[in-house]
Write a protein that binds this ligand. Sequence first.
Ligand code: ADP
Length: 469
Amino acid sequence: MWTSFMLFATIILVLLWLFQYVLLEAYYETMKCRDLERAAEKIENNIDSPNFQHVVRGLALKNSLTIVVTDWGCNVMCYENTLGSYSIFENDIKNNFNRYLYSLKNRLNDSQKSSISIKPKVNGNDDIQRIIHVTSEKDDNGKLYYIFIESSVEPIDATASIIKEQLTFITIILFELALIITMFLSGRITRPLTKLTQSAEKFAKGDYDVRFDGNGYAEVKQLSDVLNTAGEEISKVTSLRHDLIANVSHDLRTPLTIIKSYAEMIRDLSGDNPKKREEHLGVIIDEADRLSGLVNSILELSKLENSERVLTPEKFSLHEKMEQVLSRYTLLNENEGYNITFEKQEDVTCYCDIAAIEQVLYNLINNAINYCGEDKAVIIRQLNKGDSVRIEIIDHGEGINEKLLPQIFDRYYRAPKAKRDVIGTGLGLSIVKTILHQHGFPFGVSSVVGEGSVFWFEMTPTDNNQNSK
Ligand code: ADP
């Protein structure tokens, strides 16, 4: 940053010195020549005018010039001198020599141009510089005439030395300013960025507790806030992954141990006893089901998150679907005393991916069953709301602590005191969230500790585009 700033300051200073000091004289002379050319042009335009003398005098007075207009033979037609005895022409014309005019005329003719500007050498002590502009033209009658314009060139040494002094001050001030500004900016930008880079390096090496401290400009602060949030998320996911591995291996080990020990029991003890054998085989099959359920959820979420599963929306009747889903729980209702009820309203036609929504329902109902209260009641409530339908899955279980609510839809999240007998991976609600997000359906949960929870989502009954087709 310091280098760029100094480079920038140096470029500005070089340009300033170049134009204000080095090229000053050349620029001044070019300007003078241009002024003389313009004056000559004006004289040419008025050569045949009755006001000719007047125009020439005006030009000479206004611009402090000496102007001589002669015919082809250098006979003076008009002479205006505002430079007085300083004029080179004065002596020549006063004494009627016109020699100098002749020599200028010859130089013009030799140059084969219609006009030239000459800077005559200074004679003796006369240190006033001059520029003489000579032009040849023809008047309306085809007669050749010459215009000689003389102007003094003020010495600019004094001006140049003032400018030089000023530029020296400017140079010193500018470099000091650039130094102070870069020091200030580096404090506000570079230093925080260097700090952020150092923290990022630690972070890349796996130190997720590192904090990004980017105090400086708002943008740098914003960057460090984003990095902190990203860091928190990554460290959360990493710790959740660790938990998952611990959970999953624990959850896999339990059914595997049971399967192994029951298989051994069949081999060693109950093989010949059909009743016992059936019972033990039943346990093995149940545990194998739990295992495949676990593996399926992990695969399902991975597919959903990698967008491998493309949604194929279809129209279906909500009541029909609900009845199908609930029929799977009939055994639970009858054998284990659960009370799963569907509080329905008028049937609606839904438009979404049936299999995906079925999965949402199963996950939410299974959770309600797993975490329900002593009344073993799970209520599925349909609420028609204008152009959408809300489904609520209600239980009267322990409920969820308000502080934990925002996390329960996170991947691998399981409540710290999740029921021990519930086989869970912390993936169920995450699958629900991903599917509902993909559909663009709103969803949420409200819960009161000790009273139970209400998980809900809203479906748009039919797709408007679909209807219009
Ligand atoms: P799990 O496999 O642990 O059930 P989920 O993603 O389905 O994973 O749920 C995450 C956590 O949310 C659960 O561990 C549990 O603590 C909590 N939870 C989910 N549903 C309920 C509910 N109906 N009542 C109380 N807690 C619930």
